[in-house]
Design a protein. Structure first.
Length: 394
């Protein structure tokens, strides 16, 4: 009888409680920003450098990556690389989520915007500032049955079906990334007159977020780190982080139609946040493959492994993700891009809400705080912009 009463009370009170649910990293997390703001510029430099080396008498042309500028050979046979002068890219996007996310998330997610502005001092040195928005809806918040605990009790006192909670939970999330990059192109001479272009990119990343369920319209939410014996930690900025990174990008594939690079980026937090218990450098790894169908159309695939470290993580989450898409040039300045991206942690499971803890009775009038596993999300994003697509700009 007690279980039935508590179950009903908990279900009735979950609107205030489960609305505090979106408190763990999703997708490729901070690796998303590095894949966008770092790899794109490095690819531009490497492609130009390799092309100029093969064709010393290069004609005026437009680079394939961000940003769109006419590249002229400088000083005759010297190597060409990064765009010089002022360049930019701007786009807006919308996305549709997939996966077991109940009914609330089955709609187009709020639109996003991306901006990139760069200034190249010369073909080997460039400064870039960029802003990206990523919209997603993680699985595991509006589906499945989870145990219900009473604070301090080792065994569950009931269970709650997340799919029948009314009104449905809305954990639509929009992450925002601001990046400052310094790009430096280096070339290593190899045998036979060949060269190996490498791009070093020291980067600062600032990440913030907005979660639809947050009563304060940001990402500050309470959560339960260890149900049922833990205690809720209030006022934690759950998806806010700042980090430094030193990315190294080098090519491994170059044919008339195909191009590939590999990026490694040791990264660390500028300061601990929330329940962080360590701050060791984490190694981001990003593989990029591109296939050119024609002068206006490119296919791309970008798998990556990152170590995300947000306020709800005592230790980093190991995130695996992939990004698959196509870019199509429209006129001289416009483009449209379609990107399917999916990812989630390999060391945190199951996904979504794993338990609910009632702080005190009656549950319907007091906090019911969720315990979370990893976050996984999949979405198809459509982008329209001017400039050149940064290929993985999400």
């Amino acid at each position: 009888m007690l279980r039935t009463v508590l179950r009903s009370a908990a279900a009735a009170g979950l609107v205030a409680a489960v609305s505090f649910a979106a408190t763990a990293p999703a997708l490729a997390g901070n690796g998303a920003a590095l894949a966008t703001g770092v790899v794109s510029g490095a690819n531009t430099a490497i492609q130009n450098a390799m092309q100029m080396h093969r064709k010393p008498k290069a004609r005026v042309r437009t680079v394939a990556q961000v940003p769109p500028v006419a590249q002229h050979p400088i000083g005759g046979p010297k190597m060409q690389g990064l765009p010089t002068g002022f360049t930019y890219t701007a786009d807006f996007s919308m996305a549709y989520p997939y996966g077991n996310i109940g009914t609330t998330g089955k709609a187009w997610l709020p639109g996003g915007m991306d901006f990139v502005a760069g200034y190249g001092l010369n073909p080997t040195t460039r400064f870039v500032a960029s802003y990206y928005e990523l919209q997603h809806y993680p699985v595991g918040f509006n589906s499945g049955t989870v145990p219900l605990y009473l604070q301090g009790q080792p065994n569950p006192i009931g269970s709650v079906n997340l799919g029948t909670v009314q009104p449905q939970i809305n954990v639509t999330t929009k992450d925002r990334f601001f990046l400052l990059n310094f790009e430096k192109l280096l070339t290593i001479k190899l045998s036979g007159g060949r060269v190996l272009p490498i791009v070093l990119t020291p980067t600062y990343v600032a990440r913030t977020s907005t979660i639809a369920a947050s009563p304060t319209h940001n990402d500050v939410l309470p959560f339960e780190p260890n149900a049922p014996n833990g205690f809720p930690i209030a006022n934690v900025p759950t998806r806010t982080a700042q980090l430094w990174s030193l990315a190294v990008t080098l090519p491994f594939l170059k044919t008339p139609r195909m191009f590939g690079t590999f990026t490694v980026a040791p990264s660390w937090l500028t300061h601990p946040n929330g329940i962080n218990q360590s701050n060791k450098a984490q190694l981001y790894q990003i593989l990029y493959l591109q296939y050119t169908l024609d002068k206006k159309t490119q296919l791309f695939f970008e798998p990556q492994s990152s170590r995300d470290y947000l306020g709800t993580d005592p230790y980093p989450q190991h995130l695996m993700a992939y990004f698959l898409g196509v870019s199509r040039r429209i006129g001289k300045q416009g483009f449209v891009q379609l990107v399917l991206n999916s990812g989630g942690p390999t060391n945190e499971g199951p996904y979504g809400i794993t338990a609910l803890t009632c702080q005190r009775l009656p549950c319907s009038q007091n906090p019911v705080v969720p315990t979370l596993g990893g976050l996984k999300a999949t979405q198809l994003q459509i982008q329209f912009g001017i400039g050149s697509p940064s290929v993985i700009q999400f």
